[in-house]
Design a binder for this molecule. Structure first.
Ligand code: FE
Length: 140
């Protein structure tokens, strides 16, 4: 969707200090240092409104409320990414586990992880930190 994409900002020149200045501390720690917010504390955990979740770092649209579900895992969960272009993944071996990390392609920000225990039709659970997201209400 081009109108959503036009909200995405070019952040390729930002330094670490720039990121620290423009993000609130929680978002900075999650997006730039792959921190994980405490379970059941995120602002979007129980939100059920229609809308699009975008990257708190750069504005790229990432997930739709249409694919959000109650996973009871403590973080906002989606079974599908909004646009396959905007969300990328890579293997994460930190903390003695092998997981698949999920990142914003545009800014490289850490979003969360994806697991293969989600509902149909994808069987995926994108487990995403609220702090890494913004929300734009409305029907997409
Ligand atoms: Fe981003």
């Amino acid at each position: 969707m081009d109108t959503a994409r036009s909200d995405t900002q070019d952040v390729s020149q930002l330094t670490d200090k720039d990121w620290r200045d423009r993000l609130d501390p929680d978002a900075y720690e999650v997006l730039r240092h792959a921190a994980t917010e405490r379970a059941f504390t995120g602002k979007f955990l129980d939100l059920k409104d229609d809308g699009v979740y975008h990257c708190a770092g750069c504005g790229a649209p990432l997930f739709s409320s249409d694919t959000k579900f109650d996973s009871h895992c403590g973080w906002p969960s989606f079974y599908e990414k909004l646009d396959s272009e905007n969300v990328i993944s890579r293997t994460d071996t930190s903390h003695g586990m092998v997981r698949t990390e999920v990142l914003c392609k545009n800014c490289g920000g850490h979003l969360g992880h994806v697991f293969e225990d989600g509902p149909k039709p994808t069987g995926l659970r994108y487990c995403i930190n609220s702090a890494a997201l913004g929300f734009k209400p409305g029907n997409d």
